[in-house]
Each structure stands twice: as C-alpha cells, then as structure tokens.
Design a protein. Structure first.
Length: 348
C-alpha cells in the first residue's frame, strides 16, 4: 500500500479497504482521536493556505478526461508554482509518467494519489527524517539560531524558549546580534513576557563573542538547562559573519566540547526560492543541524519543505503556524502532506 492510502487509513482510522469501500466511509465523521487533537488543529488552521495545492490539483484532474501531455504540462506548472525546485519537479513528473505507463493508468483522478506518494518518498529518500532537538536533561544544552533579519528568528527564539520553560526547564537567552539594538530590545521584551533570563551586550556593536562568553558563565554557574543564542543575519558580508560564528563556537566549546547541540536556520517560508538561497549561504558558513520554517501559515507554497531537504539534506524540525507562542510546532511530515492534499482525500 502506498503512502497516500496509508495516510487515508491512519487519519480516518480505516482498515485496509479498497477504494470503493473508502468512498462511502470517508464521508463519515472523522476520528475524534486524530482530528480533534491540538496538533492536528494547529496544522489544519495554520496550513489552510497550503491546502490550495490539493484544490488546484483537483481542478486539473477534473478538467481532463484522459492523461496527455497537456495534463502533465499543467501538473508541472502547479508543482513549480508551489516552490518545488525544478530538479524535483522533473523527478516527480518522470516518476508519475513511469507509473502511468507501467500500470496503464488513463484516469487523471488517480494522479493525486501518486503525487502524495511522491512527496513522501522524496522527503524520506536515503535519509533519516529526524525532527527531534538534541536536548538532554543532564547537561547545559546550547542552541544557536541563525537567519537573516526579518526571517522570524527573534520570535522563534522566544517560542522555543517558551516551549522549554513550559516543560519546567531553566532557560537563558543570549542576545548576540549586537549590531541591531532593535533585535536586542525585542528579545528583552519577549524574555520578560515568557519568564526567561537574558544576557544583553553592554553597548551596541559590542563583540558578540563577549555576550556568548558572559551567557555561558551565567548558564554554567547557575545550572541552566538551555542556552539559546541569537546571532546576526548580515549575509551581505559572509566572511565577517563566518568569522563571528566561528569565534562563538570556539568559546562555546571551551565550556562544552560537544556544543552547540543545535544550529538552527530560521527561514521565512513566504520568501520561496530566496529562502533556498539563504539556506545555501548559511550552510556554507555554519554547521547547520536543521531548519525552523516560519510563516508557513502565510503561504500556499509548501514545496519549499521538499526543496530544502532535497538540495541541502536539512530536516525541517519546527514550523511556524501562527503568531501565538504555542504556534511553533514540531514538523510532522504526514500532517503536512495531508494538509496539502486533503481535498484529494475528501474526493477519493
């Protein structure tokens, strides 16, 4: 059974039944255990825009009576407009054509299932899908956040800190983006709001490494569970930024040799292909461990999730699904694909 049918059965709590049986049963009340969960509601509400992919695919399927080159041209355009990179689009189209030829498929309405299967296969291909953060309760954990100004980095730091504070952890924030007074002030406001302590630079433009050193001393001496470090996002001078990050890591490793335990790139999902360019640049200057994709609730182009994984082998670990503190959610591939294709499922 392919991913699509597995997803249908899992979400709707159906046994492995044929499509004809599912047609009637999928219209019944959804499983309360799954569809009323907080996580499902977050994804459902936050990814409402992304569901337009399924609607548009359904429209294409309904316009054609048979599968031909015009059909594939429209399908290709839809995938590209969803921010899936050209290389992946070519792979997806070719895989579907192979399935069509091999299984003598001529009904366009069967293509949606193949698309959902391919989305899953591509993301999970030849790698472990790991969304867990490298946090351990018996040590001081150090997370570095990188990303350009305006990506949602400051807000993501606050939301991540809040997550661990709610779990009873002691969290310290280091405001090491010292060249932007606004960033420091914004972090300070967030820290006060969520009940986190913060280490700020003594003056604007201070050496970011000095802030990191002070924060590490405080975190070590006062038995903190987590230190989150904000950094500058000035990609226009990659050499300086690389040297800055290298100096920070060197200081961190004086205190904790195996740290930082996470180096997370914060990307704005609404920037599309520009986000991929940022991923490329930051991967060149930082040892990234994963991505936090913000503002996913503000775009219909969810394909960037696949493109980041394919081009840079970076797992999306958390996604921003709204403006509330608890709207930063662990990335769930199945729920993500479900939201993108739910209109297809409803029309099985």
């Amino acid at each position: 059974m392919g991913f699509f049918k597995n997803l249908v059965n899992k979400v709707f709590k159906k046994e492995n039944k044929d499509v004809e049986t599912l047609k009637d049963e999928l219209k019944e009340q959804h499983s309360k255990e799954v569809l009323n969960s907080d996580k499902f509601k977050k994804y459902s509400n936050g990814l409402e825009n992304s569901s337009s992919f399924g609607k548009k695919l359904l429209e294409i399927q309904n316009r054609y009576n048979t599968i031909d080159e015009d059909f594939f041209d429209e399908l290709e355009e839809l995938l590209i407009m969803s921010d899936i990179n050209l290389k992946l689009v070519d792979v997806i189209i070719e895989k579907i054509k192979q399935e069509v030829r091999t299984n003598n498929i001529d009904d366009p309405k069967l293509i949606g299932e193949l698309i959902a299967d391919q989305l899953f296969v591509i993301y999970t291909a030849n790698t472990i899908v790991d969304t867990n953060l490298n946090f351990k309760s018996d040590r001081l954990n150090v997370f570095i956040f990188v990303g350009v100004n305006g990506s949602g980095k400051t807000t993501s730091i606050a939301k991540m800190a809040n997550k661990y504070i709610k779990e009873g952890k002691k969290v310290l924030i280091a405001a090491a983006d010292t060249f932007r007074a606004g960033a420091v002030n914004q972090l300070a406001v967030w820290a006060d709001r969520i009940g986190a302590q913060i280490v700020k630079p003594q003056k604007e433009g201070a050496d970011p490494a000095s802030v990191v050193f002070e924060a590490l001393e405080k975190a070590t001496n006062e038995s903190y569970d987590l230190l989150i470090i904000d950094t500058a996002g000035r990609l226009q001078n990659k050499v300086n930024l690389m040297n800055e990050l290298s100096k920070m890591v060197s200081i961190i490793q004086r205190f904790i040799p195996d740290a930082p335990h996470e180096s997370l790139l914060v990307l704005d999902a609404t920037t599309g292909q520009n986000g991929l360019s940022q991923a490329k640049n930051f991967k060149e200057i930082a040892n990234l461990t994963g991505v936090i994709l913000t503002k996913l609730d503000g775009t219909s182009k969810g394909g960037i999730v696949l493109s980041i994984k394919d081009e840079y082998n970076l797992n999306v670990k958390y996604v921003g699904l709204g403006e509330k503190l608890d709207d930063l959610q662990e990335f769930d591939l199945e729920l993500f694909i479900y939201q993108m294709t739910k209109d297809l499922i409803d029309n099985v």
